[in-house]
Design a protein around this ligand. Structure first.
Ligand SMILES: [Zn+2]
Length: 368
């Protein structure tokens, strides 16, 4: 932890393969995948360090973040959206919508939308909110989503940039609306479009909204991602809210054909001794410091949920985000669709750590 600089060699223990009970039959392909994800994250980190522009982003990320956009992506397209708009570390803070459903009004989507959008409020160099829709999503969903985004008080001053996208060929349609636009940034974003890598439909990553962390790539492509403050997902409520939409999403995904499915709960923080901690995780250590009434309940919820998995006060934000991951994992099992699939061995849920600055993955238990 005391070696300075991004160039130092990584500690060897992180390379040790994932080991679990050999009797855990369902875990064999999962173990291979996790080892693969860790290797890819390591390679990508090394590639970024060779690129002066991306290296400068990493140096900046050690100190904090100042994203220019809040991007609200469907779970299925969150990672692909970053590639589509050619965005790098630090460019966009994230919120999430459920594909095939209109984004709910802020009070009905506190975790997926309201909290991240409120957290985004205080970044100083914001240019707008981006919302993306898949090519097959109907106009009514688009209209209702745009209307509900405009209901969020912390987004009032920002222009809204809406796109409908054919992700197969990178064809993008600008959506005209009356909620405040920015022609300048619409054009800048359109000029940056490139076709994203394939979607890895078998892997779902739960990861923080932080602009500095990106969902890890697999050999099959870009995973789906749910991006929330601290990567936290609440318990299934049984009400007509975001958790109902999430359960429907899980149900559809887990009943689709193909390989067995994996959910990775990724906690991020200063795990290599050089970078910055998760800001939401840090805030949850002392929610009384939050003055924004739209944000405070979400941060208090993180604290409450994490504390159930802590035997005493956490030593640092890194300990806190590890407990948050455990809370999220437990909460996932309250969703009927997840509980069914898990008991049928159609789904595995695992936890990994990601360093905020290098985005390198490691195993949670190694650092205990
Ligand atoms: Zn974070």
């Amino acid at each position: 932890m005391d070696q300075p600089g991004l160039y130092r060699s990584r500690i060897s223990i992180k390379y040790s393969p994932v080991s679990k009970k050999s009797s855990d039959i369902k875990g064999m392909s999962e173990l291979a995948m996790i080892n693969e994800l860790m290797e890819i994250s390591e390679k990508l980190a090394n590639d970024r360090k060779q690129n002066p522009v991306l290296l400068a982003r990493m140096e900046f990320a050690c100190k904090g973040q100042s994203p220019r956009f809040l991007i609200i992506s469907p779970v299925t397209r969150s990672g692909q959206d970053l590639q589509l708009f050619n965005m790098s570390m630090g460019d966009a803070f994230h919120a999430t919508r459920i594909p095939g459903h209109a984004l709910l009004p802020p009070d009905f989507a506190p975790t997926l939308f309201k909290g991240p959008a409120s957290f985004n409020r205080d970044f100083p160099h914001q240019k707008g909110v981006i919302v993306t829709f898949d090519i097959d999503e109907p106009l009514e969903i688009i209209r209702e989503t745009i209307e509900n985004i405009s209901l969020h008080h912390d987004l009032n001053t920002l222009p809204l940039i809406a796109f409908q996208i054919d992700y197969q060929n990178g064809r993008v349609k600008l959506i005209v609306h009356g909620k405040g636009r920015t022609y300048e940034y619409e054009n800048i974003l359109l000029s940056r479009i490139r076709v994203p890598d394939e979607l890895d439909n078998d892997l779902l990553v739960l990861i923080c909204s932080d602009s500095r962390v990106h969902p890890p790539h697999s050999n099959n492509g870009i995973p789906m991602a749910i991006r929330t403050l601290g990567g936290y997902v609440p318990e299934y409520s049984g009400n007509h809210d975001e958790t109902e939409q999430l359960n429907e999403f899980f149900q559809k995904w887990l009943s689709s054909t193909g390989n067995s499915k994996i959910i990775l709960v990724v906690a991020h923080g200063n795990f290599e001794g050089e970078g910055d901690s998760c800001a939401a995780g840090t805030a949850s250590l002392n929610p009384d410091t939050i003055s924004n009434p739209s944000l405070k309940p979400t941060i208090e919820e993180l604290k409450r949920a994490a504390e159930e998995f802590e035997s005493g006060p956490p030593r640092n934000p890194e300990d806190r985000v590890k407990s948050l991951s455990k809370a999220t994992r437990a909460n996932l099992l309250t969703y009927p669709a997840i509980a069914d699939a898990e008991s049928m061995f159609q789904l595995t849920i695992d936890e990994l750590l990601m360093d905020t600055v290098t985005n390198t993955l490691s195993q949670s238990d190694i650092f205990e």
